[in-house]
Design a protein around this ligand. Structure first.
Ligand SMILES: Cc1ncc(COP(=O)(O)O)c(C=O)c1O
Length: 344
């Protein structure tokens, strides 16, 4: 039987033995009442890592983004973000339904907005009709190819926001991947933004959960919104126990995922010249431009699946993410599968 190499996302990792044991023995309470000790420990730890006053444990990154948008915007107002940001694409219908906000998307190089672009986007409407309530950035930028933002670039955008009196939110679903490349700490980024989130369930390898982070008043309002959205998840300490291990052990091994992505990109660049630039793969995300090949992206996905490799796709592109549960040997096996798929 062909072994399955799952490169669809870094969310597909299974909990480790240590996580399963911690989950089985976790001290729990009722999170609606705020008395789950393991959830509280995780929230305190996340706030400490970010150097901010408070954090809120939520089931998903999407829920963090949506709770933040709800807290920081008013219906009918705008959010400025890069055009391919997760929040304005994948989550568009969520924010439409939950908060009634509209997006003012701006095209950035590999997903990165410059301070000048933000300043332009925040110029007051002369007719005093349209209002921007929030600027949202993404770090690393997924569709930009896993692009890590430099702290100085975030600071420059933050200054542009401050000048206009608009808060800055960071979707840091993969901010630890950014840190592994830039050498910055999560707190360095967190110091520049009004609020942010990071995911435990992606490169860090927890089965579930994300952390929304900010000052105490913001998190107080975010907790109300979480409950408003039906998110009081009672004995969530069972999951938080795995989240604590992910936070403890996950960040230091992310460079391994980046090295695997690089090898993957190099192998595919050799097989399909021009389809991917390995130098443009800074973290764990590889986009392969298959538009110059004989097959469409769904056809590639199907051919690769037959060879035991699972990928996701978009128009003209195949996407792969490396993670804890794929080894370097798996990456080489995936490259062999690509070679078979290309010639079969
Ligand atoms: C940049 C970014 N933000 C937010 C999310 C949403 O996270 P979740 O899948 O936990 O809802 C994702 C998911 O892939 C993402 O890539």
């Amino acid at each position: 039987m062909t072994t399955l190499i799952d490169l669809r996302s870094d969310t597909v990792t299974r909990p480790t033995e240590a996580m399963r044991k911690a989950m089985a023995t976790a001290d729990v309470g009722d999170d609606w009442y705020g008395d789950d000790p393991t959830v509280n420990r995780l929230q305190d730890k996340a706030a400490e890592i970010a150097g901010r006053q408070a954090a809120l444990y939520l089931p998903t990154g999407t829920m963090c983004n949506q709770v933040a948008l709800h807290a920081l915007t008013r219906p009918g107002h705008f959010v400025v973000c890069e055009g391919s940001a997760h929040v304005s694409g994948v989550e568009l219908h969520s924010s439409a339904a939950l908060s009634g906000v509209a997006f003012r998307p701006i095209a950035g190089a590999r997903g990165v907005l410059s301070a000048g672009q933000v300043t332009d986007a925040l110029r007051p409407d002369r007719s005093d009709v349209t209002v921007v309530d929030l600027v949202a950035i993404e770090n690393t930028h997924q569709r930009g190819g896993g692009t890590p933002l430099q702290v100085e670039d975030v600071r420059a955008v933050a200054q542009a926001c401050q000048a206009a009196g608009v808060p800055l939110y960071m979707d840091g679903a993969r901010v630890f991947n950014a840190c592994a490349v830039t050498g910055a700490k999560v707190a360095d980024y967190a110091a520049e933004v009004s609020a942010m989130m990071f995911c435990l369930s992606k490169g860090l390898g927890a089965p579930i959960g994300s952390m929304l982070i900010g000052d105490a008043e913001f998190i107080r309002e975010a907790r109300r919104t979480k409950i408003l959205f039906g998110g009081a998840w009672r004995q969530a300490g069972i999951m938080a126990a795995a989240g604590l291990i992910a936070l403890e052990e996950g960040p230091q091994r992310l460079h391994e995922d980046h090295a695997k992505a690089r090898v993957l990109a190099e192998g595919i660049a050799e097989l399909l010249p021009g389809s991917v630039d390995p130098d443009a793969v800074p973290t764990n995300i590889v986009f392969v431009d298959i538009s110059g090949t004989a097959w469409s992206s769904p056809e590639w996905a199907e051919r690769l699946a037959v060879e035991g490799v699972r990928v996701t796709m978009g128009p003209g592109k195949v996407r792969m993410l490396t993670h804890r549960d794929v080894s370097m040997a798996d990456v080489h096996a995936a490259l062999a599968a690509w070679a078979r798929a290309a010639t079969s």
